[in-house]
Design a protein around this ligand. Structure first.
Ligand SMILES: Nc1ncnc2c1ncn2[C@@H]1O[C@H](COP(=O)(O)OP(=O)(O)O)[C@@H](O)[C@H]1O
Ligand SMILES: [Mg+2]
Length: 259
C-alpha cells in the first residue's frame, strides 16, 4: 500500500504519519516514510532519527540541475525502484522504519516547488513495494500536489481533518480531487478533537459530504508537548487510538493486521 497523508497546514499530517509508521513498524511491517513536504524539516526527529536523509533532489543534482541531469543514469532513472536500490545516504533506517526525503525549499528566490512534485510523483510511481512493506507519504499542505499529479502514483489517501470548518472544506476538496483521479481508497481521520460532541459533529459533517472517516485522534497534550521537543511519544491516548485507525486502513486495503 502506498498511502498519502494530506490536509491543511498544521492539521497534524506529520503527527499522523509518525504515529501510523511507528504502529505499523511495531506490527512487523517494513515502513518507508516519504517526506514530500517541501517546507517543514522536523519529520526525521519525530521518527526518532538523528539526522535527515540526503534529499532525492540531490540525486538529480539539486533543483536547478534537475532537467539537465534527468537523462543521466542513477537509481531514479530506473523504471522500477526497490528499497534496497536506494543509496544509503538517501535512506535513513532503523528497525524496519525508513525515511526518504524529496527535497526542501531552503533558499528564497529558489522558485516554486513544482520540480519536487514531479520527483515525488515519479519516485512513488516507480517504487515497487514487496509483501510486508508499506509506504506512507507526508504530503505538503493543501491541494497543489494534486495539480502535479503526485497522487496518480498512490492507491490510498488519508485526509487529516481538524475541528475548524476550513479544514473540513480543504478535506472535501482533497477528497474530490483524489476520487476524481481514481485513487482507490480515500478516507478521513479526525485529529486534535477536543470532545465527543465535536467528534460527532465532525463525523456528521463529513458523512453529509460522503467522506468516510476511519478514525479519531483526540487532542493529546503528550503529542503537543513532545512536538516541542521534536520527538513522538511512545505511549499515550493518540498512540492507542492510532491502533484502531491502522486496523481499519489495513483491513479496508485487504492487508493483514501485521506484516
Ligand atoms: N492529536 C493532537 N493533539 C495535540 N497536538 C497535536 C495533535 N496532532 C498534532 N498536534 C500538534 O499540532 C502541531 C501541528 O502538527 P503537525 O503534525 O506538524 O501538522 P502538519 O504536518 O499537518 O503541518 C504540532 O505542534 C503537533 O504536535
Ligand atoms: Mg508536517
Amino acid at each position: 500500500m502506498k498511502i498519502s497523508v494530506c490536509g491543511k497546514g498544521g492539521s497534524g499530517k506529520s503527527t499522523v504519519v509518525a504515529l501510523l509508521a511507528n504502529e505499523a513498524r511495531a506490527r512487523g511491517y517494513r515502513v518507508l516514510v516519504v517526506d514530500s513536504d517541501e517546507s517543514n524539516s522536523g519529520l526525521f526527529r519525530m521518527l526518532g532519527f538523528d539526522y535527515p536523509p540526503v534529499p532525492l533532489m540531490e540525486l538529480v543534482g539539486g533543483k536547478k540541475n534537475l532537467q539537465r541531469k534527468m537523462g543521466q543514469p542513477n537509481v531514479l532513472a530506473e523504471s522500477r525502484i526497490v528499497l534496497e536500490d536506494l543509496p544509503p545516504q538517501h535512506l535513513v533506517q532503523k528497525d524496519g522504519l525508513m525515511l526518504v526525503g524529496i527535497g526542501k525549499i531552503l533558499q528564497s528566490l529558489e522558485g516554486c516547488a513544482c520540480p519536487m512534485g514531479v520527483l515525488s510523483r515519479e519516485f512513488l510511481k516507480k517504487l515497487a513495494l514487496a509483501e510486508g512493506e508499506l509506504a506512507i507519504v507526508d504530503m505538503e499542505a493543501g491541494v497543489e500536489h494534486f495539480g502535479r499529479g503526485v497522487e496518480t502514483s498512490i492507491d490510498s489517501v488519508l485526509i487529516v481533518v481538524e475541528p475548524p470548518l476550513e479544514s473540513v472544506n480543504v478535506g472535501q476538496k482533497i477528497h474530490d480531487l483524489a476520487s476524481g483521479i481514481g485513487v482507490k481508497n480515500v478516507w478521513a481521520i479526525l485529529n486534535k478533537v477536543p470532545s465527543d460532541e465535536i467528534a460527532t459533529r465532525l463525523k456528521t459533517e463529513l458523512k453529509e459530504r460522503h467522506i468516510e472517516v476511519v478514525g479519531c485522534i483526540y487532542f493529546d497534550a503528550d503529542i503537543f508537548r513532545s512536538s516541542l521537543e521534536g520527538r513522538m511519544p511512545a505511549k499515550g491516548v493518540a498512540v492507542q487510538e492510532i491502533k484502531d485507525v491502522l486496523d481499519r486502513i489495513l483491513s479496508k486495503a485487504g492487508l493483514p493486521a501485521s506484516g
